[in-house]
Design a protein around this ligand. Sequence first.
Ligand code: HEM
Length: 529
Amino acid sequence: MFTQLASDLDPQSILVSVGLISLVYALLKVTRGGFLADAPMPPQPSWLWGHDREVYENDVGVSYTKWLNQYGYIAKIRGAFFHPEILLVADTKACTHILQTHIYDYYHSVVVRPRIERLLGRSLGWVEGASEHKRMRALVAPALSPESIRAMAPQIYAAAEDARNQAEQEIPAGGGYQVVNAMDLTGKTTLDITGRVAFDHDFQLGQSNDAQTILQAWRRMVNIGMQWKGFMAIVLLRRFPWLNHLPIKSNRGQSVVKVTIQQGVAKELVVRSQQMEDPASLKSKDLMSILLKANAQGKIDQQELMDHITMFLMAGHETTGQTLAYTLWELGKRPDIQAKLREEVQAYPGNPTYDEIVGSTALPYLDAVTKEALRMFPALPYMERVATRDDVLPLQTPIATPDGRTITALPIKKGQIIVLPIIAINRLDATWGDPMNFRPERWFEQHPSPELLPHGWGNTLTFSEGPRNCVGYRLGIFQFKVVLMTFMRTLKFEDTGAKLGHVMCSSLQPYVIGQRDQGPNIPVRISVH
Ligand code: HEM
């Protein structure tokens, strides 16, 4: 009966009772003020929503960027329902402290971790603690090394060319054009690449049943998360983590993608492995061989195998596909940049190797467009952590306290929630000058303040930094460049005039303003050049 009752509840219907509970909570327990007194706070938070509602109602990152521009590289905000203060950290030294030197003292927060588990399982993005994390990372990292990506290159080029040819065939002949959702085009291309290079699985350019089921399940989940109830779910789960364990609809809905993958393509891969003569002797360094071998040797059980497949299928394609879609949109709005990029890639003879394409010398403008796209549109716009012990954050840029002192370090308490707003860090005025301008040329210039630049790839925080940075960043960048180059050679992208809004729903999600209920969409006009 309890299960039935709980499953009928959605975040909106429990709002009133939760409001009352949180009021009692607030009266019984001092949950704010005090420890973060030295950090500046934007004025006038709502008594019930704190600053959370403003963050949600603005475009992704806009409020964080505004506050950090205003107060320096540290600020604190109030969370909804009397949540203890949340610390926003953009200071480079503090980021490095959290993400590199003290990484294992900062766990994914109570909102993030159970969500990752429901979405993708107990794989690398979920695991905590030095020894388990290092074990999983050491298991999969060889599949994503430069050596492995060199071996994948022909398949990545083949998949990109197949996707481009298919797109060309769908364009009406005789100088016609088609309006497509760039998210669909790039999403199925990167899913196809991930299937081929990591799992030796053919998603038939997004047309196979497996591909359709996975893409549709993800889209349904994102559509729900993009609505008001998605915001409510996040603030409620953060305030009342025990809600994570209730079988409410919004929690169960997040498992659909994982279940779809694990009952479909992952199961099929496992069955295939059971038919192999001796998986323990597999020599290949592709992800599937590494996982099957580890399973056959008893190093990982079948559930862990399934969870790694799920994590890598989704993390491997969704992030890169999204950034590519945003790039096609920007290039549609900026024909001058598109023409310059096309000129460079068309002049390049043949397909560059991994080593030629990965640096900035063989195709410098492609490299600059890639860095600019990843700076402006980080697929994961925020990271949220919780301190597992009392700590002191060192600061690169001293901050002025509300009582007029200047401090160079900020003490924090165990349990402190910290948001590392990647998208805001990548768009700060003081660091980037004209951050909202898509300007690849900036990557040929001297950045104004090197000590203020993040320490992650390309001086951005897009792939995070340190021992838990994105393990697939080399593959992400390589497939991004290959697909963009392949499309640019013969396809032309133009603006449709649609105005986009952006929302955080597990990752950065675009929608056409006025059509948010229709889900992620970046309409672009596509023709043969
Ligand atoms: C443009 C593409 C990509 C972006 C922007 C991106 C971004 C990120 C970020 C910011 C993190 C850190 C998240 C956190 O700590 O909360 C991360 C972790 C991760 N990424 Fe990526 N990623 C991309 C592509 C990929 C690809 C292609 C793969 C796999 C083939 C991948 C697999 C992972 C995994 C497994 C982790 C967890 C690493 C760990 O905890 O040790 N990502 N990614």
